[in-house]
Design a protein. Sequence first.
Length: 373
Amino acid sequence: MSNPIFDRLQPYNDLPLLPPTKEIENNPLIMKHLVAASRALATVNGNLLRLPNPLMLINTLALQEAKASTEIENIFTTEDELYKAISATNKDEKINPATKEVIKYREALWAGYHVLKVKKNLDGEFIQQIYNQIKESTDGYRPTQAQVVIKRGESEFRSGEIIYTPPRAAGLIESLVENMLEYLNDDDKYPTDPLLKMCVAHYQFEAIHPFQDGNGRTGRIINLLYLLSKGLLSQPVLYLSKYIIQNKEDYYHRLSGVMQRNAWEAWITFMLEATEKTSLHTHGRINEILAQMEATLEYAKGKMKWYTKELNEVIFSQPYIKPDLIGDTIGKTSRTTLTKYMNELVAHKILSTRKDGLRVYYINDDLIRILEG
């Protein structure tokens, strides 16, 4: 059934409030996908308990999510530039703009994660803080006079055509966001499964489009932090952006389907399938990292008596490793001895080297293989 009040060229000021109709909670297809997604999510969450240091390994996974999320909005960087940037110890080192956008996304995710430990629930101020960190701004919601529209990309058919005009009226964005947050946070008034709420609210956030730019990245961080707030995840490891990139056309088609035809079933099943497949992929990736860590530790200890479990964890904390990080882990040692240790790690192929001008990077090729697989 089409939505008679939707006109892509006019501000969607009649965007319906949440919740949607009760029918979605009684839809057999949605319920089938919800069960599968919930099981997969619980599996990956349980697998986190096997990690010796979750924050270290999740840091590398968060980097992949940040890269994928920015690619959805046509911000591209290479893995090489990205790994160099996060291994940098000097903040004055030059980082290209696209790489900087990726790093800001990752930083916003982690900042939100730490704030959520204190706040417990999402609120309007919290959402604006996430956006401001992504954009390095102090802006709030977009002003009423801002003529923000969504257009087709340059590579698409009928490029530049307006496909959606988000709500635009005094106080409207604030009230729509407040309604969305009440739906997410008030489980007594809206006793819907949190995973189902996440799917619904992600559509609503993108339809509200509360900021001038960066709404997609902000919305994807909100998805993750909301699941954390409800205890469905203990660490931020559900990275949906790769799945969305692989199914980008379908993602936007189903988003517009809700706006134009109230097609909630197609949208929610897409998001639940994304959750299920991403959870299973992440579960497998964690298993691969753990197996590789164990194999590397056993091999390295047989070759180098000074090699420890703690050092092994550091080597798997990020793809590009600075010698100083190794030195800090094994204790204070001379530059000569540290150079000797780094050369041994390279000789035994635990790390490899790459030169960039005068700078030498030490690379964990096994970790990169897993992350990019």
